[in-house]
Write a protein that binds this ligand. Sequence first.
Ligand code: NAD
Length: 489
Amino acid sequence: MTLDFPRAARVTPAKGVFIDNEWRAVARTIPVVAPAEGVVFAEIAAGGAAEIDAAVAAARRAFEGGAWSRLSATERGRLLSRLGQLILDNFDELAALEARDCGKPMKTARADIEAAARYFEFYGGAADKVHGEQIPFQRGYYVTGERDPLGVTGHIIPWNYPAQMIGRTLGPALAMGNATVLKPAEDACLTPLRIAELAAEAGFPPGAINVVPGYGHEAGQALADHPGIDFIAFTGSPRVGVMIQTAAAQNHIGCVLELGGKSPQILFEDADLEAALPVVVGAIVQNAGQTCSAGARLLVHKGLWDRLMPMVAERFAALRAGAPDDTPDLGPIISARQQAAVQSFIARAEAEGVPVIARGARQEAAPEGGFYVDPVVFGPVPRDNALARDEVFGPVLAAIPFEDEADAVALANGTDYGLIAGVWTRDTARAIRVARQIRAGQVYVNAYGAGGGIELPFGGVKKSGHGREKGFEALYEFSALKTLVIKHD
Ligand code: NAD
């Protein structure tokens, strides 16, 4: 066991599952591997059906008559804001923990902890800003519409942004007065466990936030199937998304699903290349490409191709993957399993003869056992190749030339996904025309927002999922409209 890297990381030993503001011991544990080194450095509890049962019961007590249910919206907001402040107060510890657990460069880990704090601050401020409305109805009636919490909400999050994800999914649910049960990912969940502890320190009453780490097919499945939850929020793979939605249907509850994408960045011939280039490269390299909204397809006007691609190639060739402390351009992949999946995707494209335009490398200092993948840009990628359609979840950019505006739109919409998109042009009318035709939850013009964007409603269409998180929209997602009809004469 090596415990010295990043040096500030205070490793939380397997304390168990966090229920009713207490750690409860669990017999089985899961080893935690540092992706940058490929070594086990901690362990977490392997919660199962019994722990999920206990967590849902605790949340139910909190929601129905517990101290949590008696708080006003302002008081809930204050607790959320206090948690945001506690995250900032423990910034270095959390950033080091996130970097070690996920293998992220320290710079990225710091940005993620800042974003986690922002989620709690944002939803802390928003908690008492959601108000109902009066609805004109027949004479003699007074009618209002008001927002009720849903009850006990289940949350299953992935390993790519554990700290951000706890803020993104619990922030709005708690702001609206729900009591929550979170199942973080077995591959990376140390910061959510620490943030749960900080929530108790902030003063959240017992049962408002319960966190049960464990395997997906055990704790995750038990939470999704549980008849005691009133809603479930899931971020992860389309395969598991189907299982979550099926379980939600069995229990007649709603769900929000965020299942990834194959998001396009469209560069027209009049694009500001100086502005676009770093963003185009950053949007696929960020978090080693393990971002649902990664800019994974570069759609380039045929007249721009010969000018642009050498510039993209130069940037890719200079990229270096390495360990968190060594200021690399990107870190490793989360696990040996995911690394193998990304590498096999790359090998298949090469075997099929898709041209490699440029490839980065790993830093000399990168630890031997880390799960690194050299960033690579392919192109021109045939439109029917898997690389042009399927999510890789690694630092792999697929460049594809297009003929004209209509072709660009058809290409952009030509996958099963629809999460986000970028349009780069100096022609405002074209930007608006194209943006309006793209089927996606977010479209950026002369910008691109992979990750972050707490204030901006976010979510997908098609296989990218449904429902919206982030921004005010999430507050509506985690609440139900109740119509109140009062006859007064
Ligand atoms: P996954 O869907 O298996 O895991 C996501 C979460 O779901 C984890 O917490 C996991 O424990 C849980 N889970 C797994 N099986 C479950 C089940 N049967 N019931 C309930 N919960 C369950 O994702 P993965 O295997 O870690 O990654 C595979 C692929 O998923 C990636 O290559 C990527 O394409 C995609 N992915 C997308 C996102 C995203 O942000 N949209 C995040 C992670 C992974």
